[in-house]
Design a protein around this ligand. Structure first.
Ligand code: SF4
Ligand code: SF4
Length: 73
């Protein structure tokens, strides 16, 4: 789990991040027409969505993956 937040105030509803994510973590919310995190547990921290978002609305947290890395170390 690594994607942490999509700021609804910054998101313009362009949908680019939905197409950027090959793991289908992000979907468009039909009601407010903003991107929403639907399956955070599937995020593999590729940063594509964050890099592609024109509004800088997506926050990826490296901290959330740390315990997993440590347990494998
Ligand atoms: S790419 Fe950014 S602005 Fe576009 S829908 Fe996704 S979060 Fe919103
Ligand atoms: S970091 Fe990669 S896997 Fe995670 S939500 Fe963004 S595009 Fe999808």
């Amino acid at each position: 789990m690594a994607i942490e937040r999509i700021d609804p105030k910054l998101c313009n509803g362009c949908g680019i991040c939905v197409n950027s994510c090959m793991l289908d973590v992000i979907r468009m919310d039909e009601e407010n027409e903003k991107a929403t995190i639907r399956y955070p547990e599937d995020c593999m921290m590729c940063y594509f969505c964050e890099q592609d978002c024109p509004e800088d609305a997506i926050t990826i947290s490296e901290a959330k993956n740390s315990p997993l890395v440590v347990s494998w170390g």
